[in-house]
Design a protein around this ligand. Structure first.
Ligand code: HEM
Length: 464
């Protein structure tokens, strides 16, 4: 253990770090390329190893010419996301390659982001999201009815995407969107966020050097635009009270120059932020239930007691308290947004370590959520951590699956509603039988996905 971390453990979190302090040291550098080569098939282990070796200290990862800072300690996370947030911008690694898809609105930085946030924050109130709940419940239960066939083997990722994707599209882009357009959007988004994986990790390769995936990425953007722009035109002809998101955004930008492009950018960014993360999180549910039979039994008991044989409705949600704790714990150990990269706009100091202007800072909820210094039995899946009152002793920034500070996610409430409706909607009718056994290693993509090809069969709940 480094002296720095020993000091962090001895003293209180607040007093331990001299953020912005004057004494300056260089960060220790860990040989990350070698570690990546050793864990070529499971790169998540290379990140876990780096975090173990860092032990909460701010370190650099040696990736050849590219040496990002790994930020895991909650105090340091707080500094980057909140205290000195304007200095840590969403640019460079991860963000620049995706900018042509996400545009210049809510998932960008600076004035474009601020203008979109000002419009969207009051839209995503608990009241608005609750007003969508009934419609969401109807869509999800309808999709469960037509999609799930007892006894058939399902690829879990595909199944969850088949349920979540149309739900989000109909809520955001309007109930009248055609099945054909919904069918075009899902693969285009998937390509959009995966085609540039190489560029996400190699931000120093200039755009003028073509890399595999670039052309597929451009095609995906064309397809998305072909669906989204007509929906904006359609929303302009609709009635005042339409509650879908595109209608709300059209009303929020009356007569603004370039309004169509700005609305398109926000629609595409929010859609991406909402579906990719939700699908990933809800794909993890099934291997986790399978791996923890006692916890699964409590979840099943609660769903049976509260929802019976269904259908699940909004009225059931408030009584699904254990399921909610289960979902909170799910996104602790498997946070879809496993990496949050930032670029330092100006030089800074964190805990006495100098951060040069232009440095890449890699924050990772995945790693912070697993720090033994901040989590008792950190690797054990235990929903009880989220029982009311159990979070009192926890550092506020030890848990940040939805980020924090000015860029905090707008969707946690929507996600929780969607998660409870989908999980309880399936479990009130079926029990899952997984076809994979043994430990399941996360796969690093733009989100933290389970391995490809996980499959399950659903059997009627009474028969399991
Ligand atoms: C499991 C589900 C979700 C997770 C884990 C998640 C996580 C995150 C994270 C980590 C960020 C910050 C990204 C960054 O700045 O680096 C973020 C931002 C955002 N999320 Fe979510 N999200 C989820 C669902 C949703 C949903 C359902 C919506 C729909 C409204 C949504 C909308 C957004 C938006 C608009 C932002 C950008 C906020 C801003 O920069 O001002 N997210 N989300």
């Amino acid at each position: 253990m480094s002296g720095n971390v020993r000091r962090l453990r001895r003293t209180s979190w607040r007093s331990a770090v001299s953020l912005g302090g004057v004494s300056s040291r260089r960060a220790r550098t860990l040989p990350f390329l070698r570690s990546l080569a050793r864990h070529a098939r499971t790169p998540v282990h290379a990140f876990e190893e780096a975090s173990r070796r860092a032990g909460g200290e701010l370190v650099r990862l040696n990736m050849g010419p590219f040496r990002p800072y790994l930020v895991t300690h909650p105090e340091h996370v707080q500094h980057v996301l909140k205290t000195n947030q304007p200095n840590y911008v969403r640019a460079g690694m991860f963000w620049d390659p995706l900018a042509p898809l996400l545009g210049q609105g809510i998932l960008s930085e600076g004035e474009g982001w601020a203008a979109s946030r000002k419009i969207l924050q009051p839209v995503f109130t608990a009241r608005y999201v609750n007003s969508l709940a009934g419609h969401m419940a109807q869509i999800i239960t309808g999709l469960i009815d037509v999609t799930l066939v007892p006894g058939r083997r399902f690829d879990i990722g595909e199944l969850i995407s088949t349920l979540i994707h149309p739900t989000i599209v109909r809520l955001f882009l309007g109930a009248t969107i055609s099945d054909e357009d919904i069918g075009r959007l899902a693969p285009a988004y998937d390509t959009g966020v995966t085609a540039r994986s190489l560029r996400l990790l190699l931000p120093s390769v200039p755009e003028r050097f073509p890399l595999p995936g670039d052309r597929a990425f451009k095609r995906a953007i064309r397809t998305i635009d072909e669906v989204v722009y007509p929906r904006i035109q359609y929303a302009k002809t609709r009635r005042e009270e339409d509650a879908d998101l595109v209608s709300r955004l059209v009303r929020a930008r009356p007569g603004e120059a370039d309004a169509d492009r700005l609305i398109r950018d926000d629609m595409v960014a929010i859609h991406g932020a909402a579906t990719e993360t939700s699908v990933t999180a809800l794909t993890w549910v099934w291997p986790v239930l399978d791996a923890h039979p006692k916890i699964a039994a409590r979840v099943y008991e609660e769903v049976d007691r509260v929802v019976g044989r269904g259908p699940v409705t909004v009225a059931h949600l408030q009584d699904l308290t254990y399921l909610k704790m289960f979902v909170d714990e799910l996104v602790r150990l498997y946070p879809p947004g496993w990496i949050l990269p930032r670029t330092a706009a100006r030089a800074d100091h964190i805990d006495g370590i100098e951060i040069p202007a232009g440095a890449t800072m890699v924050l990772s909820p995945y790693l912070t959520h697993r720090l033994p210094e901040f989590w008792d039995r950190a690797l054990e899946f235990d929903p009880e951590r989220f029982a009311p009152g159990n979070d009192r002793a926890r550092h506020r920034y030890a848990y940040f699956p939805f980020a924090a500070g000015p860029h905090v996610c707008l969707g946690p409430h929507l996600f929780m509603m969607e998660a409870l409706l989908l999980i309880a909607g399936i479990l009130c009718k079926y029990r899952p039988l997984l076809h994979t056994t043994g430990p399941i290693t996360p796969r690093l993509a733009s989100t933290l996905r389970p391995p490809k090809g996980l499959s399950m069969t659903l059997v009627p709940a009474g028969a399991a």
